[in-house]
Design a binder for this molecule. Structure first.
Ligand code: SAM
Length: 251
């Protein structure tokens, strides 16, 4: 599959290969580490290993709960398409100015926003997500939109050999690109077709790219106060960590 993807990839084009961690009988296997040599042997160069961080998922009891997947971004050749402007994010200190030198007094940041970096916090598609379908591991459209907008130009083709519910084609269509994909399960092909049809008519409900991640502080005091604490002792919650007994391993 990878060899064929590389074969059909245009010079200057990109492959974004998204993987999680495979869990084998309680042991974590980092799939990206296993796949990297295959891409490198085919002559592709890795430009970023993007960490997609999300905040919800299974709660693990014998290891830390998994809250990220990785996207390996490879290019075919050194003269590749990359435009960060459409995916810039707000500056932390937009009012910051140069304090010395020839630009003293001028704003020091890019007025279009900052480079989003290689760790992206984007909500995953869980039951209350506006894009949720019956597929168990659907990607959020906004995740793929970032890749489409920065790594392709209008009119380019986006190919997804593991199409699922059609998210990558939807992201492509929303930004005047073309999309094509393959999916083995008929039930997902049906979902993909219907979503793509809605997207083509601009009627698909989608979480917008620049909406901030949900912040419980904005959701009201009720959610922030642990019900087992009285209103007058919220400080107790902060002290929980200090009260913990030191961690010891069993002999
Ligand atoms: C992680 S899901 C992709 C989800 C997709 N990104 C979305 O947002 O809906 C992987 C999909 O690849 C499909 N699949 C697995 N093996 C395949 C193959 N050999 N050819 C095509 N599709 C395959 C699975 O049925 C599954 O729907």
């Amino acid at each position: 599959m990878i060899t064929e993807c590389v074969r059909v990839l245009a010079d200057g084009g990109s492959i974004c290969w998204q993987v999680g961690n495979f869990v084998d009988n309680g042991a974590i296997i980092p799939i990206d580490s296993l796949l990297y040599p295959i891409f490198a042997d085919l002559g592709l160069k890795m430009r970023n290993r993007i960490v997609w961080h999300f905040e919800h998922g299974l709660h693990c009891s014998r290891r830390l709960s998994g809250r990220y997947e990785t996207i390996m971004w490879f290019t075919k050749g050194d003269d590749y398409v990359f435009d960060v402007d459409p995916i810039r994010v707000p500056q932390k200190y937009p009012g910051k100015k140069y304090f010395k030198g020839p630009k003293a007094g001028q704003y020091s940041c890019n007025p279009l926003g900052k480079n989003p970096g290689d760790v992206w916090t984007i909500p995953n598609v869980k039951s209350n997500h506006v894009e949720k379908t019956g597929h168990p591991c659907q990607f959020p459209v906004e995740l793929i939109e970032r890749l489409v907008l920065s790594l392709t130009r209008e009119g380019d083709w986006v190919l997804d050999p593991f199409l699922g519910t059609g998210t990558s084609i939807i992201a492509a269509l929303r930004h005047q690109r073309r999309g094509i994909g393959a999916e083995v399960l008929k039930k997902y092909v049906e979902i993909a077709k219907s979503r793509i049809d809605l997207a083509a008519h601009d009627e698909l409900p989608v979480r917008p790219m620049h909406r901030p991640v949900f912040d419980p502080k904005d959701a009201g005091k009720n959610l922030l106060t642990a019900p087992w604490l009285s209103e007058s002792q919220p400080i107790e919650q902060a002290l929980l960590l200090e009260k913990r007994t030191p961690y010891r391993t069993r002999k």
